[in-house]
Design a protein around this ligand. Structure first.
Ligand SMILES: [Zn+2]
Length: 469
């Protein structure tokens, strides 16, 4: 398996630090609003990376944070007259709903910045003790960038060039820096802001220190993959490297993965252009599986353009897969014969070619567009070869392969409703039989099974009625 490493600007063979295990950190959103489709891209991409790693047999420890203390959260809290915590908790809950609808697997751990303040204070203290950081007179703690000779290695920026670029840059309130390149680790609180006690001042952490601390706590000093949007390469990830490597004395992350930008109608997404789209808005128009398909149908490192036409095309393309899967399911259920014939067995062997193509595409830096192309070839093969005469084993086996490959990409090939309608009717009929036979235990069991799937049964005078919860 090869992946493109931003650090070396090359595709490299993936070799984990510990055999069979992957330690992965993805920078998560700042929670002050509903997530937008730019936030959705890294969520979908790196969830797919994780799913493929798991498919390959790796045990993945997947950590992604919520930044729940930040200027924007505080601003929103003041506007609404509520606490910053109330704002962040609300949008964490909303974000989880959107992630679930996009079929993004829950992370192993979702740490929140405000729960990890002690770790941040400890790391800042270590950096001060080692001479990599210093408190200014007003209590702000800065990282001493020039002391870390490798600064700029991820973004491939030269310290001297950065120096001349930054010379004219004066950030108000940061005039006690030793050097314009130095960045904030801890800052004093302003009136009305959430704050924590520290050895330097009553205040709050800078953004970059969060990720260094949470990665260290939940994954260790050295991790396999650190990922995020390409806008995070500089300065966020560069600063994370500086903090972690100076504190821990070890290489922070072996591989750095970054997804490309997302534009809307060929323009940068921004509130001022009026083309800002939240995931929630998209979900009112489409099943978010369509959004997921749309994002995976491009290479993750390329810029991606979002438009209504492209979403329509994605919807139609995804339907070709789900229609084929539904057809395979029907063929399987209605088959006259159970076992595959020799000719069918030969075709099943042939169909493994598409699985191989799929894996080759994914092994080549997660080329999900080519992986989808392999699924379409498989679907075409199934449509051509499965008929009313096919055995249940043949149709079922092709269906399983389609479902399995789609699942690696987080796509549900079989629509839930299509399974359920027939299943519900069958189970209700079975329950009626059980009751007639006075087998009430089985009847209750079926009721519970349906309830677990969100189906509520009601016994009426006209018979059993059901509805979705
Ligand atoms: Zn981060």
């Amino acid at each position: 398996m090869k992946l493109f490493n931003t650090l070396t600007r090359r595709k490299e063979e993936f070799v984990p630090l510990e055999e069979g295990k992957v330690r992965m950190y993805v920078c998560g959103p700042t929670v002050y609003n509903l997530i937008h489709i730019g936030n959705a891209r890294p969520m979908i991409i790196f969830d797919t990376v994780r799913r493929y790693m798991e498919y390959k047999g790796y045990e993945v420890n997947f950590v992604s944070n919520f930044t729940d203390v930040d200027d924007k959260i505080i601003k929103k809290a003041i506007e609404e007259g509520v606490s910053a915590q109330e704002v962040s908790e609300r949008y964490i809950a909303e974000c989880r709903k959107d992630m679930d609808a996009m079929n993004v697997k829950p992370a192993t751990t979702n740490p929140q910045a405000t729960q990890e303040i002690n770790g941040m204070i400890d790391m800042i203290q270590t950096l001060i003790d080692k001479g990599y950081a210093y408190p200014a007179a007003d209590g702000t703690v800065y990282f001493r960038v020039k002391k870390f000779k490798e600064y700029g290695k991820l973004s491939h920026k030269n310290l001297d060039d950065l120096q001349s670029g930054f010379r004219s840059l004066q950030v108000s309130g940061e005039d006690q820096k030793e050097d314009p390149l130095d960045f904030v680790l801890w800052k004093p609180k302003k009136e009305g802001e959430p704050s924590w006690l520290s050895p330097w001042c009553d205040g709050r952490p800078g953004w970059h220190i969060e990720c260094s601390v949470m990665a260290k706590k939940y994954l260790g000093d050295e991790i396999d993959i650190h990922a995020g949007g390409e806008d995070l390469i500089f300065p966020h990830h560069e600063n994370e490297i500086a903090q972690s490597e100076c504190c821990n004395g070890k290489i922070f992350a072996k591989y750095w993965m970054h997804n490309g930008f997302l534009n809307i109608d060929n323009r940068k997404m921004s509130k001022s252009l009026g083309n800002f789209r939240t995931v929630r808005e998209i979900s009112e128009q489409y099943d978010l599986q369509v959004l997921r398909f749309f994002m995976l149908n491009a290479h993750y490192r390329s810029p991606l353009n979002f438009s209504a036409d492209l979403m329509e095309a994605a919807k139609n393309a995804l339907e070709r897969i789900t229609d084929a899967a539904a057809n395979l399911k029907d063929r399987k259920n209605a088959a006259q014969t159970e076992s595959a014939t020799d000719a069918e067995k030969e075709l099943l062997t042939q169909s493994q070619e598409f699985v191989k193509k799929f894996e080759e595409a994914m092994d080549d830096d997660f080329n999900t567009a080519d992986a989808l192309a392999a699924i379409f070839e498989l679907v075409k093969f199934a449509n051509t070869n499965v008929s009313e005469e096919s055995s249940a084993e043949f149709a079922g086996s092709l269906l399983d392969t389609v479902v399995k490959l789609c699942d690696v990409l987080g796509l549900k090939a079989v629509k839930k409703e299509e399974i359920l309608d027939k299943e519900i009717e069958d189970l209700i009929a079975e329950r009626q039989e059980a009751r007639k036979a006075k087998n009430f235990a089985r009847a209750d069991e079926i009721r519970d099974e349906l309830l677990a799937k969100g189906i509520i049964l009601k016994d009426t005078r006209e018979g059993v009625k059901w509805k979705r919860a």
